[in-house]
Write a protein of this length. Structure first.
Lengths: 308, 107
């Protein structure tokens, strides 16, 4: 690895909509800008087959196409992209060093837009059967469950979107939700309630995933009646929330009790020159449009910080 | 510059099972977002391990027999083959360092 780290004005960590939007604004401000992403750009929204709520796309667009367009736009203005895993941040006065699997980079300002990943539920059988019936991406794995019965665990936007996507493949979809109502957007609820293939197990929690080589059933418990039931399914799609990618940030910025980064309305973390944007932020509404907005605010803030 | 090679089912025997070096097979599909996350990491590994390891991609959409033969129910799935046998299976996105450990173990 190089001994003298490469210098940038702004280093952006994470290549989802927040990071890409920040990249567009930073590059257009003619600041030397590096975006570090551990895989391909796009973030969580690449799991969405269709994005129907991002303004300007009346015909809806896939999450992959939307974020690829954002990346091309940012690259056109001069944003550099590096595939690497960020392992830490060191702060030496105004200079900051971002440590990665591909070496160190110094930055005058850092925008943390590392997003989140699917939360594991932590029930018996979940780890064992991951890839053998347990899935965290209906868009990816739905086609493997043609004509089979599956369960979806969760009641938010991700869970109901996945249940709806699965209607194209599965014979029956049972949504297992711990409350007696959904948190998903009303339009998604309406679609799900109208769909004959989707049924709901309310007030219910998944207790165990059972199978041989592959999943063949799940044990479910009703939280109110305590009644236990067994459901024959070949697939279990987990959509029980998200975990922020802030493991390496504990001692650097202030996190809330679920590990997301606390910021003010300027996306400032409280550490001068370090901003956060998108789903990684405390109380984020977890929408592409909000993440893109956060990214713009953070980049403009970073520009002001750098140019003083 | 070594790149992962996209193959069809008919070539699997030759390209994977009878390969002289260990092989990493990346099972993917165009509709799968996380598969796109994995692709650049696999490409980097293909360069780093040139000559010591082969890298093959199988699109499960056009090659369902191979996918079902290896019990694939989730993509991306990466399987490391050594002397025609699967020796390690990695499901979903994993950081490059973790993938390297799987490769090193098969060398």
């Amino acid at each position: 690895m190089n001994k003298s780290p490469k210098k940038y004005d702004i280093v952006i960590i994470g290549g989802g909509p927040a990071g890409l939007s920040a990249g567009i604004y930073a590059a257009r401000a003619r600041l030397s800008s590096l975006l570090i992403e551990r895989g391909a750009v796009g973030g969580q929204i690449i799991n969405a087959e269709w994005v129907e709520n991002y303004p300007g796309f009346n015909e809806s667009i896939s999450g992959i196409d939307l974020t690829e367009a954002m990346h091309q736009q940012a690259t056109k203005f001069g944003l550099e992209t590096l595939v690497a895993e960020v392992t830490g941040i060191d702060i030496k006065g105004r200079q900051k060093v971002v440590r990665t699997s591909q070496g160190d980079f110094t930055a005058k300002a850092i925008i943390i837009a590392g997003g989140s990943e699917r939360q594991k539920l932590g029930v018996p059988g979940e780890a064992e059967f991951t890839g053998k019936g347990v899935s965290y991406c209906a868009t990816c794995d739905g086609p493997f469950f043609r004509g089979r019965a599956v369960a979806v665990v969760g009641g938010g936007n991700a869970a109901i979107t996945e249940a709806l996507e699965l209607t194209r493949f599965a014979s029956r979809i049972t949504v297992i939700h711990r409350r007696d109502e959904l948190r998903a957007a009303k339009i998604l609820q309406e679609k799900a309630f109208a769909e004959k293939k989707i049924e709901f197990l309310w007030d219910s929690v998944l207790e165990e995933i059972v199978g041989d080589a592959f999943v063949n059933r799940v044990r479910v418990s009703n939280v109110k009646t305590k009644k236990k039931t067994v459901l024959d399914v070949s697939g279990v799609f987990m959509a029980v929330g998200f975990k922020p990618n802030t493991g390496y940030l504990k001692d650097i910025v202030k996190l809330d009790d679920i590990g997301t980064i606390i910021t003010n309305e300027k996306m400032e973390t409280g550490v001068p020159g370090i901003f956060a944007a998108g789903d990684i932020r405390s109380n984020s509404i977890r929408q592409v449009i909000a993440a893109a907005g956060d990214g713009a605010v953070a980049a403009i803030g970073a520009e002001k910080y750098i140019t003083g | 510059m070594s790149k992962p090679v996209e193959i069809e089912e008919a070539k699997f025997n030759e390209a994977v099972l009878q390969a002289e070096t260990p092989v990493l097979v990346d099972f993917w599909a165009p509709w799968c977002g996380p598969c796109r996350m994995v692709a650049p990491v696999v490409e980097e590994l293909a360069e780093e391990y040139e000559g010591r390891f082969s890298f093959v991609k199988v699109n499960v959409d056009g090659n369902p027999k191979i996918a079902s033969q290896y019990g694939i129910m989730s993509i991306p799935t990466l399987i490391v083959f050594k002397a025609g046998q699967p020796v390690d299976t990695i499901i979903g996105f994993r950081p490059k360092d973790e993938l390297k450990k799987s490769l090193e173990a098969a060398l």
